[in-house]
Every structure is written in C-alpha cells, then in structure tokens.
Design a protein around this ligand. Structure first.
Ligand SMILES: [Zn+2]
Length: 179
C-alpha cells in the first residue's frame, strides 16, 4: 500500500482489528520512509452485475425493499425480512464469487421467501419471473401444492423452477432486480 503522505511504495501493518460485525478489517499502517501512520479497511467484495453491465456493491437494503413490497399486508414481520436478507447475502457470499449477476440475487430470494410466505412468494415470482398469464400462476401454484414448503428447505432453488423459465429471456427475468 502506497503511503498517502510521501507516496513511498511500501508500508507496514502495525495493527489489525475487525470492525462492524466482523465483515471488515481495519489496519493501521506505518510508512517506513516518513513515519506517518494511516488506516486502511478491507471488505470482502460482493458486487452485483446489473443488466446494463454496470456493477454495484451488494445491498441488503435493496433486497429488503423488494421483498417488503411483496409482503405488504402479509403476516410477516420486519425481523423475518431482515433475517431473509441476511440469508440471501450468506447464500451469495457462499458461492465464493466476487461478482454476481442481478438475476442470481432474485433466484437466491425465491427459496427463503417461499418458506416465509407463499402469497408473498407468488407476488415476487410473478414480477421477477415476468408472469404473463393466468397459466403462469396456475403452473406455479400447482408446483407449490406438489412441493410443500418444508420440503424446499433441502431443495436448491434451481430445482424448484418451473420448466417454462427456459423460454424467457434473461432480460425479462432480470426485471425485478436489474435496476
Ligand atoms: Zn510516507
């Protein structure tokens, strides 16, 4: 790390400590040339690639906003939503990737949302997966009936998809989370 005072191209770490909830590390550094001290912060990268190709840092708040909308009027409390957003982040970080398509964020939301509230799940899925007709809803509801939600806990989201998703373009799949 270059010294911000004298631009010397090396510095020495004199102290490291975790900050926030352990997801960030702050380091105190010292320049061996001018002796000035400065701090750096290390955060595990998790960037979302938007439909436009631009990237932005993952935001739990954005997950919350989308899910909260789907849960309006449903018996779901704010703590449930916060926990869901946390699970989504853990799932995404668990992939080990530094950059993730916005579409995958939507996918990661579907499974825990279904466990939380099936009506909210249907609302979210209808927008996110761009349901165009009653048949889309019927197909999804048939699937919900065939697979009780307690069975999905052990089933990856990728296996709970309806067959028709392959016919939809990534652009429409991205609609919900791609902005
Ligand atoms: Zn220096």
């Amino acid at each position: 790390m270059i010294c911000p005072f004298c631009r010397h191209d090396d510095s020495r770490v004199v102290d490291s400590r975790p900050v926030v909830d352990g997801t960030e590390i702050r380091r105190r550094r010292e320049c061996p040339k001018c002796g000035q001290r400065f701090s750096t912060q290390e955060v595990a990268l998790l960037n979302i690639i938007k439909r436009s190709g631009a990237t932005e840092p993952f935001s739990r708040e954005k997950v919350l906003v989308g899910v909260r909308k789907a849960c309006q009027g449903r018996p779901v409390n704010e703590d449930d939503l916060v926990l869901l957003a946390q699970r989504v982040e853990e799932t995404l970080r668990g992939t080990g990737q530094a950059e993730i398509e916005a579409q995958e964020v939507g996918m990661a939301i579907l499974a825990p949302l279904r466990e939380l509230d099936e009506v909210a799940y249907l609302r979210y899925a209808s927008v996110y997966r761009n349901f165009a007709s009653l048949e889309d809803f019927e197909g999804e509801i048939a699937l919900l009936r065939a697979l009780p939600s307690n069975a999905t806990q052990a089933t990856p989201a990728s296996q709970v998809r309806t067959p028709d998703t392959s016919t939809k373009s990534p652009a429409t799949l991205n609609q919900k989370t791609g902005k």
